[in-house]
Ligand binder design. Structure first.
Ligand SMILES: [Mg+2]
Length: 392
């Protein structure tokens, strides 16, 4: 078969949920007094949107091939991401064979190295990379998980992230991860409230159900150590992202300080094989949590995952919806997946990137068989208002 080449690359922005899942309306649990590194400033403590968490919006990358096939992907990146795609990255794609993903990734990464390496540039490269995988899988008429080596299990099992682990248990999930609500600036009173919340949830869900705290980069080593040790009696399974992603030394110390058996997890704001190499070689955590839409995409996640496997670390991607599902089902060291509860009260299952994608699968009774539809198996919702701020 003559392999098609890439004819055109386009980038769009869109507001209101979608891949930028923080871009929600009022009264959503995801913006209700969550502990953050900005909570040291009282005026930024109640809401993450108050310090601009949702400024970026979603980025949609569309790649059209010479045979008319179109691959696409969504991530967080908005207008800045759209600029990088149209004005810089498109040149490394157009005219190339749709199969040559490794070379295109390499050129995108090294061409942006002088202003990239992490953050929004890697979000953007991830979006382009995922669109390339979607396109190649559509050309080959296979789901992406088949291109990754095929499934190692029949279905995925999920834990739920949200404010209501008690409801998540009723919905069939294997665990519930709550946002920590009070940070070090709220002192002993805040620590007491955090532990009361955990104790209350443990009471509601019984002894077996997993409970975790997501600390969203907001603590210091001392506070995280005290929290972990006090939470041990309530069977806390893991403490997530306690410290700044730049504080590798702090994570290495924290992992030594937590009670035996409690897991330290992090990595959703880390990127590339080199960033994860630091986390793994410095003994920072037990589970790495790359976001497939931020860490460098599928091409880079394959390398990160192999490195983690050799370090006996699990890879449980952060969020990332279908981009995570297609990967997790193919790896033994990714034994379960995360599901973000995007209903405002975390009281029902809705698609993670709602309303941006059509056919986005959701777990039923905490389980999911990944659809066999070619590509990542989703379509853009035509009702969403796409905007193309730049052209080339
Ligand atoms: Mg997290």
């Amino acid at each position: 078969m003559a392999m098609p080449t890439i004819r055109h690359v386009r980038a769009f922005t869109v507001r209101g949920g979608g891949a930028d899942y923080h871009d929600q309306g009022a009264d959503h649990w995801i913006d209700d007094h969550i502990s953050t590194p900005m909570a040291r400033y009282p005026q930024y403590r109640q809401s993450r949107q108050s310090f601009g968490l949702n400024v970026l919006g979603s980025l949609v990358v569309e790649i059209e091939a010479s045979d008319g096939s179109v691959g696409f992907a969504v991530t967080t990146g908005g207008e800045i991401g759209a600029f990088i795609v149209e004005k810089h990255l498109a040149r490394f794609l157009e005219g190339q064979l749709v199969t040559d993903i490794e070379k295109m990734w390499d050129q995108m990464y090294y061409a942006t190295l002088y202003y990239g390496r992490k953050g929004i540039v890697l979000n953007t490269i991830s979006g382009v990379d995922l669109a390339l995988w979607d396109l190649l899988a559509k050309v080959r008429k296979e789901p992406v998980y088949q291109l990754l080596g095929g499934p190692v299990r029949d279905e995925l099992t999920f834990y739920a992230t949200g404010a209501r682990p008690d409801l998540a248990k009723q919905m069939g999930f294997i665990g519930g991860k709550m946002p920590l609500q009070h940070g070090p600036a709220e002192g002993e009173e805040g620590l007491r409230l955090n532990l009361e919340k955990l104790a209350d949830m443990r009471e509601k869900v019984g002894d077996e159900f997993w409970l975790m705290f997501d600390c969203w980069m907001s603590l210091d080593v001392n506070y995280a150590t005290r929290l972990a040790n006090a939470a041990h009696e309530y069977g806390l399974k893991w403490v997530e992202e306690c410290l700044s992603p730049d504080d590798y030394w702090g994570y290495a110390q924290l992992r030594k300080n937590v009670p035996r058996g409690m897991l330290v997890t992090t990595g959703e704001h880390e990127a590339t094989r080199w960033g994860f190499r630091l986390l793994l070689e410095m003994g920072c955590c037990d589970i790495i949590q790359p976001d497939v839409g931020w860490c460098g995409g599928m091409t880079e996640l394959i390398k990160i995952s192999a490195l983690a496997d050799a370090h006996n670390a699990l890879v449980v991607p952060h969020g990332s919806s279908v981009y995570s599902y297609h990967f997790v089902v193919t790896r033994h060291n990714s034994p379960f997946a995360e599901f973000l509860m995007m209903a405002p009260q975390a009281d029902k299952v809705v698609p993670m990137f709602n309303p941006l994608l059509l056919d986005e699968p959701v777990p039923v009774n905490g389980r999911m068989k990944v659809p066999e539809t070619p590509g990542f198996g989703v379509r853009l919702n035509p009702e969403c208002n796409l905007h193309r701020p730049y052209q080339h």
